[in-house]
Design a protein around this ligand. Structure first.
Ligand code: MEV
Length: 371
């Protein structure tokens, strides 16, 4: 199995420690200014600044599936991101590659991904991109746009790769097309939400909100605008996450949960009530920095998701392996029935031990931390 990947950059919500200005900094600043003209020239040739198009992956701590029914969830953005560049050219309208309602759109997908993810998600991805382009009403007749997606977020079910893709596209629209230069973060998020409909059918909005705003968020869907707030935490929360290698379809799994809910409302209401109790306690444990309690609640959350029928043997096996290797809590995360699991680890040594144990049984393993 390949070794786990360490995410080195911190999640976007992290307050970076302010460096005190020193003489060295001042000299560097002058040198930087002197280079501005040359850099501007080079930038014009190199295209837009991709760092401005970063959109983050996410891991749900509490709330997958339940969040669809307008109860609060807790989600953390990971440091890994997708980026996007847009090149617009004039073109011959009869171009045979014009298979998009929004004009001629060529997609170059350089994102890393687990095997089969991109083929399985290709149709949904095209739909999602069209939804974002239609939302902005761009690339009409006579134009050809090449959208290139990249970044270091490895696409896998559960990590919010679809949301990261559509939010990075919305950010690239802002960076590339002068008429959209004033898009706000909320407008970027709203465009991401439209795009997510291509992948999710009826998304709750949690993934695109984490992709846009980053950090650790409490999120709640409502009949109107979603409510969300950033949560401050006392100490970094170390996480190991691993993929089953199985790409699941969110629309199908969310649809199946809905059918089960409609067939047996009392069963679902009982789970929802238990979930709300767990999520409330989870938020308190986070605020108090009580990792042991948080771990226990994540374990209980996994049990609830098993009862909801969205876990799977592959996920349960990885969760067990992580607990045996010292994780203080572990659960599936995201859509389920394949996809990802995450494990909470109290310190670096345990994080490494859990990652090593998971590498023996999971096709892909990563380490990250919420700060
Ligand atoms: C997917 O990351 C999370 C789900 O709850 C779907 C959604 O919230 O849109 C399964």
């Amino acid at each position: 199995m390949p070794p786990s990947t360490e995410e080195t950059a911190s999640a976007p919500a992290v307050e970076e420690t302010t460096k005190r200005p020193s003489e060295e900094d001042a000299v560097a600043e002058i040198a930087k200014k002197a280079k501005v003209d040359a850099d501007a020239d080079a930038d014009a040739k190199a295209g837009p600044d991709l760092t401005k198009t970063h959109a983050y992956g996410k891991l749900i701590l509490f709330g997958e599936h339940f969040v669809v029914y307008k109860v609060p969830a807790l989600v953390g953005a990971v440091a890994a991101y997708t980026d996007c560049s847009i090149k617009v050219e004039d073109t011959d309208e009869k171009d045979s590659s014009n298979d998009s309602e929004t004009g001629v759109v060529k997609i170059v997908d350089n994102r890393p991904a687990v095997p089969n993810y991109k083929t399985k998600k290709a149709e949904e991805g095209k739909k999602a991109i069209d939804l974002v382009l239609n939302h902005f009403k761009i690339f009409g007749k006579g134009k050809k746009a090449t959208l290139t997606f990249g970044g270091n977020l490895c696409c896998a079910s559960g990590i919010g790769a679809s949301a990261a893709q559509v939010v990075s596209l919305a950010r690239a629209v802002k960076e590339t097309l002068p008429q959209y230069a004033k898009l706000t973060e909320d407008e970027i998020n709203a465009a991401g939400y439209e795009g997510e409909k291509g992948y999710h059918g009826t998304p709750s909005g949690i993934d695109n909100t984490a992709a846009t705003f980053g950090g650790l968020l409490k999120f709640q869907r409502t009949d109107g605008e979603p409510i969300f707030e950033k949560k401050a935490i006392k100490e970094p929360i170390r996480i190991v996450y691993a993929s089953t290698g199985i790409t699941s379809c969110t629309t199908e799994v969310v649809g199946d949960v809905r059918s089960k809910k409609e067939a047996d409302p009392a069963w679902f209401d009982d789970l929802l009530k238990k979930y709300c109790d767990l999520a409330t306690k989870g938020e308190k444990a986070l605020e108090a920095g009580d990792m042991a309690e948080l771990g226990k609640l994540l374990d209980e959350n996994h049990k609830l998701l098993q009862d909801l029928t969205v876990s799977s043997k592959e996920l349960d096996d990885l969760v067990d392996a992580a607990r045996k290797a010292g994780a203080i809590g572990a659960k599936m995360s995201g859509t389920g029935r394949g996809g990802l699991m995450l494990a909470l680890t109290p310190d670096e040594a345990t994080q490494n031990a859990v990652a090593e144990a998971l590498e023996k049984v999971a096709p892909q393993v990563w380490k990250t931390s919420f700060q």
